[in-house]
Design a protein around this ligand. Structure first.
Ligand code: GTP
Ligand code: MG
Length: 229
């Protein structure tokens, strides 16, 4: 891909170690079980595993991405109605990692009170979770970084919660392969200097599977080592 101006490392699947891809695939193809859904901070399950959480605007594709990662059609409920996921859902991935599906931010259908309650819950979770290793901040590739994303990133920067931007719905950009990667480069530039941001922005599509291997590898690197024997 010489001449595209995009470093190989930013092209998911091209610079990845095949062994790492395989190991990550195995982890995500293994058991993944719903553990708990918490609508209040006092009903969060005990932090027994390292955690990776998915955050982002309502309807950005958090639940769909979780399903794509794990190859399940309906592990996490997806919906065309924004605001579907209204509690923090915990999924145990092979006893090595907890995947955490957060309610979307910035959605107002349920009324102000409910929205505030959700964001309060998310904030308490993000700030207080001892074993939270990374938050994946999902951003629709067509929309780019919005005000709610900035607010969430500001909060995580202030609380020193490590996060990584993952662009979703890349398939909706059409056939131009470079379009998504140019957007990724622009987003990477926009978040440069944010202290808690991971510098690499991933491009994904739950519909086509683009970038899913690369995301699996990134997430698997945060899992607890497999038990021997
Ligand atoms: P909330 O739980 O409401 O916050 O939404 P969410 O972020 O979990 O979004 P969800 O996964 O439910 O997806 C929202 C809508 O976007 C659904 O209609 C999905 O089918 C669609 N969608 C999600 N990912 C993709 C994708 O990669 N490509 C396309 N074309 N559509 C997608
Ligand atoms: Mg959801």
């Amino acid at each position: 891909m010489a001449g595209s101006g995009i470093p190989a490392a930013d092209r998911p699947g091209e610079a990845l170690d095949p062994e790492a891809i395989e190991a990550a695939r195995k982890l995500f193809a293994g058991p993944c079980d719903f553990v708990a859904g918490a609508a209040r901070v006092d009903s969060l399950p005990p932090p027994v595993l390292p955690e990776v959480a998915l955050a982002g605007r309502s309807n950005v594709g958090k639940s769909s991405l979780l399903n794509a990662l794990t190859g399940r059609r309906a592990l996490a409920r997806t919906s065309q109605t924004p605001g579907r996921t209204q509690q923090i859902n915990f999924f145990d991935l092979g006893h090595r990692l907890m995947l955490v599906d957060l309610p979307g931010y910035g959605y107002a259908r349920a009324g102000r009170g409910a929205v505030q309650k959700w964001s309060q819950l998310i904030e308490l979770y993000l700030k207080g979770r001892a074993r939270l290793r990374r938050v994946l901040v999902l951003i629709d590739a067509r929309r780019g970084v919005g005000p709610h994303d900035r607010t969430a990133m500001d909060m995580m920067d202030a609380a020193a919660v490590s996060y990584q931007v993952v662009l979703t719905k890349a398939d909706k950009l059409g056939k131009d392969e470079n379009a998504a990667h140019e957007i990724a480069a622009a987003v990477a530039e926009a978040i440069r200097g944010r202290p808690a941001a991971h510098p690499e922005v991933l491009v994904t599509s739950s519909a086509t599977g683009e970038g899913i291997d690369a995301l699996r590898v990134a997430v698997a690197a945060l899992a607890q080592p497999a038990q021997l024997g």
